[in-house]
Design a protein around this ligand. Structure first.
Ligand SMILES: [Ca+2]
Length: 351
């Protein structure tokens, strides 16, 4: 190689490395908080985040499991392994006081998909139960200590128990204040009118899990950085999931939908948790997709009413850093199709 050619090669290589570094710098750093096994949208939302990571739009830092159900972490590991990220850190809530399976038992619904997939050697992964993964609290501390200021987005689509205990610890609270840019939540129903809404399932439901309801109450009152909570959801005619049938049988998300929807006429299911993950990634790049409501504080209240124990209410305050967001109904079709494109996207090839 001549000197001129070598110099040209070095310049081009340096340029490409700089471009790659700048793209990498722009990736959204995400920690995903899930009550895996309450519903299958948690699974598809995680698949979607893996696809977005494959597409260089997201950097997944960790997945945190936030209930006392044992097999959620093993199932999360099955998804991570399927997407060729078997070493992606997983943390879990470790106390034995808040089971999301309670609602399934109570309503005689919602087939359990985590246990059968974790125990089936056909699916990848070497984690079984909560005992095999880190305590979410310590994992949060370790991760947040190692990231730049105001760089992390937490997407919370389950109970808030991990987050509650994180910010009850002064060290954790200070790390969140410094390192967490925002908390994006699905589990709302917050609207600006002075009206109470029944607390939604992602946050524990109206009366199912008292510990989860109390956790949401604490987090919304004390979280030190901006919170973005949903006010609506993508309506039923745009539900997705049927195309998972086109994916390989060892795809644990496909299997979850097969188990969950086996006696239904199709596999389409709501896009609740996916919409929050989608909002977190595309809220700035696609502002026409969203409607932002008034600023204020999402609050969870508690009554002694024999029917409704927990409720949510939006406490409007223009100087608040928190906001509620809605998906633009005119974009339901476009967004729902893109969400499904992402969660059926084949995993990137291994290096
Ligand atoms: Ca959920």
């Amino acid at each position: 190689m001549t000197f001129r050619k070598a110099a040209f090669f070095i310049v081009i290589t340096t340029l490409l490395l700089c471009i790659k570094a700048s793209v990498s710098f722009g990736k959204l750093k995400v920690i995903y908080e899930t009550d895996m096994d309450t519903d299958v949208d948690d699974a598809a939302a995680l698949a979607m985040l893996h696809a977005l990571a494959d597409n260089e739009e997201v950097e997944l830092l960790a997945v945190m499991h936030n209930t006392s159900d044992d097999f959620g972490p093993g199932y999360i590991d099955a998804i991570n392994s399927y997407y060729n990220r078997p070493d992606l850190p997983i943390g879990s809530y470790k106390r034995d006081d808040t089971y999301s399976r309670d609602i399934a038992t109570l309503l005689n619904c919602c087939p359990e998909f985590t246990r059968p997939i974790v125990l089936d050697p056909f699916f990848e992964g070497d984690v079984r139960t909560r005992a095999d993964v880190a305590d979410s609290h310590q994992l949060y501390i370790d991760i947040l200590q190692g990231v730049p200021e105001s760089s992390v987005t937490i997407i919370s689509v389950g109970y808030m128990l991990n987050l509650e205990y994180l910010i009850k610890d002064p060290v954790g609270l200070e790390l969140v204040r410094r390192k967490v840019k925002e908390l994006v939540v699905f589990g709302g129903g917050w609207m600006p009118q002075d009206e109470r809404h029944v607390l939604k399932m992602n946050l524990g439901g109206q009366q199912i899990n008292h510990t989860a309801g109390m956790a949401a109450m604490h987090v919304f009152e004390h979280w030190p950085t901006p919170i973005h909570v949903n006010a609506n959801r993508i309506s039923k005619e745009y539900y997705q999931g049927e195309r998972l049938k086109e994916t390989p049988k060892n795809n644990p998300v496909r299997e979850a939908y097969r188990i969950y929807r086996h006696n239904k006429e199709h596999w389409n299911r709501h896009l609740a948790d996916m919409s929050a993950a989608y909002y977190a990634v595309f809220r700035n790049r696609k502002p026409e997709y969203w409607t932002l409501g008034s600023r204020g504080t999402p609050r969870v209240g508690c009554t002694r009413d024999p029917i409704i124990h927990f409720y949510s209410i939006w406490d409007t305050a223009e100087d608040s850093q928190h906001v509620h967001w809605s998906v633009n109904p005119g974009k339901f079709e476009e967004i729902s199709e893109h969400i499904e494109d992402l969660f059926v996207q084949p995993p990137a090839l291994k290096d």
